[in-house]
Design a protein around this ligand. Sequence first.
Ligand SMILES: *[C@@H]1O[C@H](CO)[C@@H](O)[C@H](O)[C@H]1NC(C)=O
Ligand SMILES: *[C@@H]1O[C@H](CO)[C@@H](O)[C@H](O)[C@H]1NC(C)=O
Ligand SMILES: *[C@@H]1O[C@H](CO)[C@@H](O)[C@H](O)[C@H]1NC(C)=O
Ligand SMILES: *[C@@H]1O[C@H](CO)[C@@H](O)[C@H](O)[C@H]1NC(C)=O
Length: 431
Amino acid sequence: MTLKEGKESFCIKYLVLGISTIALLTIGYSLYKPLPDGFTVSRWDRAVMHVVEPALRVAYYYPSHMFSKASSMVQWTRSALNFLSKSLGLGVNTHGEIDIKWHNWNGTPVKVYLPLNNKTSTDGAVVFIHGGGFALGNVDMYDSLVRRMAYETKTLFISIEYRLSPETAFPGGLLDCEAAIEHLFEFGKVQFGINTSKIVIMGDSAGGNLATVVAQRRAARNALPKLAGQVLIYPLLQMADLQTVSYRYFHSRLDGYALVDPESVAYYYMFYAGINMDEKSYLVPSVMSNGHVAADLHSEIDEIMSYEKVIESTRTYKNSTIPNRWAVRPSLEAQHLMQPFLTNPDFSPLMRKDVSNLPATMIVTCEFDVLRDEGMIYAHRLETSGVPTTAINYQNGFHAMLNFHSELYEASKAVIDIENWTLKTINSIQP
Ligand SMILES: *[C@@H]1O[C@H](CO)[C@@H](O)[C@H](O)[C@H]1NC(C)=O
Ligand SMILES: *[C@@H]1O[C@H](CO)[C@@H](O)[C@H](O)[C@H]1NC(C)=O
Ligand SMILES: *[C@@H]1O[C@H](CO)[C@@H](O)[C@H](O)[C@H]1NC(C)=O
Ligand SMILES: *[C@@H]1O[C@H](CO)[C@@H](O)[C@H](O)[C@H]1NC(C)=O
């Protein structure tokens, strides 16, 4: 190599380095999107989310919008989330004190988290049902959260691997959860020495839907022993009104972030309803405007959704304005397809008429979540029906934040609140 050639390759190296640096900075800059005011509480939380949120956008939000088939979008999102979740929750150390084993209960795989230190603080148990829009997520993705709660509460935890849509539509996943829970009621005492009067059911997002539907159905048939409690973490409870204040808030505060958005909620409910979304995705804009609600269902739905005053107090949050309701785009086809589900309490548990027989309830909602209002309305309905209810709205929280429980202060605090409520509830069961 001559001196001239050496100099040239040296220059080229720096040129390449320079161009790549500029490219990376440009990408970083173009992805940067300041989070809205009040989103997460501490500087640390905001810093973490300013890295995590764009990463989620690149990993699944942008790519998932490029598929022409909705089922391919689900497949992509599943693998992206499975991959990303491997790096979350690394801070959890249970010091080898939790024995974790797969079982098969009435045909449903479950993972059992058994504290080994022989100092369980209760003889109760918690059944956990993971979230993911009925279509995403799995037991392993929630492993660090469930392991942490089993460790910190020194209580038996069971996490259910129910079947997902679109492969398995409603009520397949629900029946899986019921089968597993009935096994625990039947054999929990013999297999684990628990007192089956002290079982709490817990779920986040779509898992919160499944948890409360199981609780409602047991209550409706007076099944004994009763559940000791239910913990519903930002649950999905209805799809009859996708224009609640919190849905409309989304468009003034959260549009374009990789957070649970109205369009995804519509898709996931429709997958769960067994609709072939590879062919019917053109119905989604109607559903997002409530155009899927047939006229003869209005009075029944309005009665439940009329609890606006419950959420009135949040309407001036940080003085941001809430967009008005937008025009309904009626679709007879969507109305026909969704008719069997909108007021069916096994699908939309907010619509259950009698909720008075339900066990003690904790409902967690988050300010930055389209599903905030339905959680608040459900809490209000339970309370006025005489169910002991604890409702906490995390002012700086967002949907799915518990998946970041070992990274974010706000999420970790919610986990501690949930653990405390759960222990208190288990320990207060009377003979
Ligand atoms: C817990 O109890 C079981 C059975 O009584 C025993 O085999 C095990 O060694 C104990 N574990 C600890 C950590 O003490
Ligand atoms: C909201 O607006 C009122 C009146 O302009 C003002 O006094 C108040 O400080 C504002 N609140 C917040 C949280 O910005
Ligand atoms: C949870 O309960 C523990 C033990 O009772 C208590 O020390 C702690 O302060 C409680 N934490 C919260 C956030 O309420
Ligand atoms: C379960 O706990 C309740 C309430 O503390 C108690 O009355 C009952 O005897 C316990 N059942 C068993 C089988 O130990």
